[in-house]
Write a protein that binds this ligand. Sequence first.
Ligand SMILES: Cc1ncc(COP(=O)(O)O)c(C=O)c1O
Length: 401
Amino acid sequence: MTGQNDKAISVTMKQAMESASWIRQMFEEGNRLRREVGPENVFDFTLGNPSVPPPPEFQRALEETARNSTPADHRYMTNAGREDTRRAIAERLRSCHGEALQGQHVVMSCGAAGGLNVLMKSVLDRDDEVMLLKPFFPEYLFYVANHGGKVVTVATDADFQPDLDAIAAALNERTRIVLINTPNNPSGAVYDCARVAALGKLIEAHAEKLGRPVYLVMDEPYRRIRYCDEPHPSVIRLCRYGIVVTSFSKELGLAGERIGYVVVNPEMPGSDSLLAALSVATRILGFVNAPAFMQRVLGLCGDASVDIGEYRRHRDLLYGALTGQGYRMPEPRGAFFMFPEAPGGDDLAFCRLLREYNVLVVPGRGFGSPGHVRISYAVPTRTIERAIPLFAEAFARARTE
Ligand SMILES: Cc1ncc(COP(=O)(O)O)c(C=O)c1O
């Protein structure tokens, strides 16, 4: 029957798919180009997929877990996750987040994406506001919409650091979550600890004024991927309403395994209710519990993380080359992204121009910051080396055309 395609899905889903269409376009464009000119001649910097393998500790833990499996290990469990894994994670995190942290303050999740959805399900009522700092990870928009919330976006400063005055001006009686992400996707910024500390105080004061929690949520899957001396700020230490959401997708290179966790500040008023809600939300969103096998593996991985040497070399190589050619951006200090200004000013036009050279990057408008492009350097070194002269040609043309 004609017209069935229009009616096959919900209006909200249709809108979600349309709003993400530039991502799909990039993806389809990449596939088309690979077919046309061969995969070795496409320089695809669009994906945020870890390129460094998991560390040897992970392989050992994987084998030991498989060897020691019993049938009971594969059954349903407490929705919040295995007690031994949560205890092991809390022990590892105490030096960062404080001595009060126990396994009961950790809820295992299906990656940071699952953790953020579980959290938003637990705390948002219709039209409650979630504040995002631009540029931000675009999937946040979907997560907030999933749970009836409203997004409020706030600009960062020229170095992509939080602008406390702008945040203070945007706080209001509907604010429920201020969501920050450092090291940042897409800018590569590492937030200054002093700013995050001041933000923690600002949010505590706002929560006191409203007489209810306002949460400072830190999404930190790139915590271990930093190339500077700036320590990683603990929102658990810095804010009574601090919550950490993270995963092993990047720090252990396990993005496909869908494993992460949420940590709630033990000192938070109402933390018991929140932890109980996170556990129930895990079930009612259909996750039920985080993957059982991976929970057991992670309990054995200790403090292991991927070797970030390759990411650092890629950052140095590409940042040095691009800024030498005239591209402008603050030095990326973490994650595996950089976010230069698009020469000529129009991010979409510049992405199209780069595509003429078979170089694919993502327009900044998808991250709330038009006028920039996101480049992921989680790619083979050879891809970067071969693309550098192409970036130079595109830069020269964008400045003259
Ligand atoms: C900033 C940020 N948050 C969350 C996620 C979700 O990651 P995962 O669900 O794999 O932990 C990503 C993935 O790229 C990300 O870049």
